[in-house]
Design a protein around this ligand. Structure first.
Ligand SMILES: CN(C)C(=N)NCCC[C@H](N)C(=O)O
Length: 286
């Protein structure tokens, strides 16, 4: 069932919060299953329900279409069950797609599959020299890229994206293996320059990184452990509508208080691979 929200009407109801329709890349989880364990959420001993994963993913797809997003699709590849987590396939800013180079051998073939798609769809592809997992660890906030390290992306990739995009890159170190990508611990709510607004989970970071977050984002929403534990921060915002895990109730309340329109979706089956809303969503910035 599609969720239909008229973005123009919605914006009128929330002064200051302006939705900007996004262009995103997604990958239908036709081959989703959990057959290896590369993060604490995954347990190959438990059976997965691929049809349920597809149905839940379709709710997310329909939600984006209802919000007026341009949703592009990459063909899923048999044998690459994590390909549904499109956010890890690269980072795309200014029409330049910086390819992913995955940490774990199980996911490495995804890098070239995504780079081929970028090249075939009119993006300039920057082949990566360093290990990185795309938007899983890189988040554009205003003109700055927040970049995660500690579990997956090598900090050398942070220098690489600074050169490629000519933007400030701020390194943040993750310390909790359950929050192994930056997009499990930080949500970008408003990425417009001058309006930057984020939410984050303090315990996911080392102390120097926390100081950076506090100094740069004093007005951030602080998300509690309970909501983070359902990957509530792994959300996608157009500046007004914020698509989040339906179970992240306190985050939902805080978003409403701050003038956003939270939209809950249930991706419980995909959570068993260690991913949520944002993981399934790669933003294409032309
Ligand atoms: C929010 N997260 C974590 C992501 N951006 N991606 C999910 C990747 C899941 C995959 N099984 C893995 O462990 O790589």
């Amino acid at each position: 069932m599609a969720v239909t929200v008229d973005p123009i009407t919605a914006a009128r109801t929330a002064p200051g919060r302006v939705p900007i329709a996004r262009s995103v890349l997604m990958c239908r989880p036709e081959h989703f299953t959990v057959v290896y364990r590369i993060n604490p959420w995954m347990d190959p001993a438990l059976p997965t329900d691929t049809d349920l994963a597809v149905r839940q993913w379709e709710m997310l797809y329909d939600t984006y279409v209802g919000l007026g997003f341009d949703v592009q699709l990459i063909d899923p590849v048999d044998g690459l069950p994590d390909m549904v987590y499109a956010a890890n396939g690269g980072m795309v800013v200014d029409g330049i797609a910086y390819g992913a180079s995955f940490t774990h051998p199980e996911r490495q073939p995804e890098g070239s599959a995504y780079m081929e798609w970028f090249a075939q769809n009119g993006f300039d592809v920057a082949e990566p020299e360093n290990v990185n997992e795309g938007e899983g660890d890189f988040l554009l906030v205003g003109d700055t890229i927040l970049a995660g390290t500690g579990f997956r992306s090598d900090s050398k990739s942070h220098e690489e994206i600074a050169r490629i995009y000519g933007r400030e890159v701020v390194t943040l170190t993750l310390v909790n293996p359950s929050f192994y990508h930056l997009d499990t611990a930080v949500a970008v709510l408003d990425s417009a320059t001058g309006q930057e607004h984020i939410a984050y989970l303090p315990s996911a970071f080392d102390e120097p990184s926390l100081e950076i977050l506090r100094a740069r984002h004093p007005d951030a929403i602080i998300v509690n452990e309970e909501d983070a534990a359902v990957l509530g921060l792994n959300s996608f915002s157009d500046g007004y509508n914020v698509v989040i895990a339906a179970r992240a109730k306190d985050f939902e309340r805080q978003l409403r208080e701050r003038g956003y329109n939270p939209i809950g979706v249930d991706l419980s089956e995909l959570l068993r691979g260690g991913g949520g809303v944002k993981c399934c969503t790669l933003e294409l910035r032309r």
